[in-house]
Design a protein around this ligand. Structure first.
Ligand code: UDP
Length: 453
């Protein structure tokens, strides 16, 4: 008999593809096979960057159109979120019909990202078990669940516009949320805001009624937030599970040579600087960051994605690359999970994406927090205020994080052993929870039993 067949559908962004692929690989290890459906655009990027044999036989990568033109900007979230629900459901239905035509291929379950509610609706329509996968924090989902109440309480209007800037506290020990930091409110207002707000509200409704919901979190990290999303089975942190950082599904080719460079550095000496897949810095801030790293006078490994600023390779301050040749290394894309587990790393200077947050915690690293948008402010607050494993930066009157501020915070976080001690304690917790008998492990096993039932 062939292994039970699952269809997995991520939202087409790097921070969604990596963890769902990680989960899919865990499921393959537990005797399933997975057809993984990217959009055509994402599929091409993943295939181009894929290292040989990194997927094995249990995963089959396929793709469907997202509804945009080949050269359209996929960072234009408004357009992406407007066209995907129009085009993708029909394409997914066709794909599922094709697969299900052969008896041994028939799907037993669809696992769809919580930001692709339309895929959960397709599964419902085609009478296939549907699981939602939530790759961000439970606190973020709790904030989406609370939208009707926030509207009722007059904190935002029915378009998601905050009535005033204020901090929202959903419950004790959950980060306060700035009413003006919700993702839909930061895309320029007007139609873009409405499109994104409606997209999120619709997805949230689909997640609420999914047959099951799994998330890349754990009761140990966010018990209070999880009590506000009682239908979530937390199975994370995914990285701490058995595969130990062999993630795949990158959009850019990883620069493995930086691991050799790390081998040559002193233990716990290197500042790893990476802002995920989406963050963009203007040229002034980019240069100030470069000068801050230089001023800190500690070894650093800095991921300078080709699109992190306009013309990234030309944007460095005059003479910077020559001056730091013995101090630092810049790469276009790092094998981050391997980097974070390298003994030379002292601290993670991060934009606080949830995957990066989980990866840093799973490796017992203190953080320096430089959030850019969306849920990253919530994650920053978890890191600095609740888990107390990192520090945030202050901006000056013109909104810049200065080189002196960067040096000062690097010195403070690396110089204070308490950050490291608390981070190591969380690492132990992460390892325990995904081990046989741990809470996340039990949730994962329950999930597997549910698929098989
Ligand atoms: N990542 C990586 N190499 C890099 C930068 C990031 O492998 O140079 C990975 C990182 O390990 C994480 C993902 O990309 O799994 C980024 O997800 P996250 O949620 O942290 O941020 P996003 O890109 O969604 O803002």
């Amino acid at each position: 008999m062939s292994p039970p067949h699952i269809l997995a559908i991520p939202f087409p962004a790097q921070g969604h593809v990596i963890p769902l692929l990680e989960l899919s690989l865990c499921l393959v290890n537990h005797g399933f096979r997975v057809t993984f459906v990217n959009t055509d655009h994402t599929h091409k990027r993943v295939i181009n960057a894929l290292q040989e044999n990194s997927l094995g036989d249990g995963i089959h990568l396929v793709s469907v159109p997202d509804g945009m033109e080949p050269d359209d900007d996929r960072n234009d979230l408004e357009r992406l979120c407007a066209v995907m629900p129009q085009v993708m459901p029909g394409k997914l239905e066709e794909l599922i019909e094709d697969i299900n035509r052969i008896e041994e291929e028939k799907l037993v379950c669809v696992i769809a990202d919580g930001s692709t509610g339309f895929a959960l609706e397709v599964a419902e329509k085609m009478k296939i078990k549907k699981a939602a996968f939530w790759p961000a924090s439970a606190a973020t989902l709790a904030s989406f669940y609370s939208i009707p109440k926030l509207i009722e309480d007059g904190i935002m209007d029915t378009d998601g516009t905050p009535v005033k800037k204020q901090m929202i506290q959903l419950a004790h020990n959950i980060p306060e949320i700035d009413s003006t930091n919700f993702i839909w409110y930061n895309v320029g207002g007007g139609l873009a805001q409405k499109t994104l707000f409606d997209f999120i509200c619709k997805n949230t409704e689909a997640v609420k009624v999914a047959d099951t919901l799994i998330g890349n979190s754990t009761y140990d990290f966010e018990p209070e937030a999880l009590s506000l999303v009682p239908n979530m089975l937390p199975i994370g942190p995914l990285l701490a599970s058995s595969r130990q950082g062999n993630s795949t599904g990158y959009f850019w080719q990883e620069d493995l040579a930086c691991l050799n460079w790390l081998d040559q550095q002193q233990p716990s000496s290197v500042i790893y600087v990476a802002f995920g897949s989406f963050t963009v810095l203007d040229k002034i801030q980019f240069q100030e960051l470069a000068l801050g790293l230089e001023l800190a006078n500690k070894p650093f490994l800095w991921v300078v994605r080709p699109d992190i600023t306009d013309d990234a390779n030309e944007a460095f301050p005059e003479g910077f690359q020559e001056r730091v040749a013995n101090q630092g290394k810049m790469v276009g894309w790092a094998p981050q999970q391997k980097v974070l587990s390298h003994p030379s790393i002292a601290c993670f200077f991060s934009h606080c994406g949830w995957n990066s947050t989980m990866e840093g915690l799973s490796n017992g690293l203190p953080f320096l927090c430089w959030p850019y948008f969306a849920d990253q402010f919530i994650n920053e607050s978890y890191i600095c205020d609740i888990w107390k494993v990192g520090l945030r930066f202050k901006r000056d009157e013109s909104g810049i994080i200065t080189r002196e501020e960067i040096k000062s915070k690097i010195d403070q976080v690396v110089g204070d052993e308490k950050f490291k001690a608390r981070a190591l304690a969380l690492k132990e917790t992460a390892i325990e929870t995904v081990k046989e008998g741990g809470q996340s492990n039990k949730c994962f096993n329950n999930f597997i039993e549910w698929i098989k039932a």
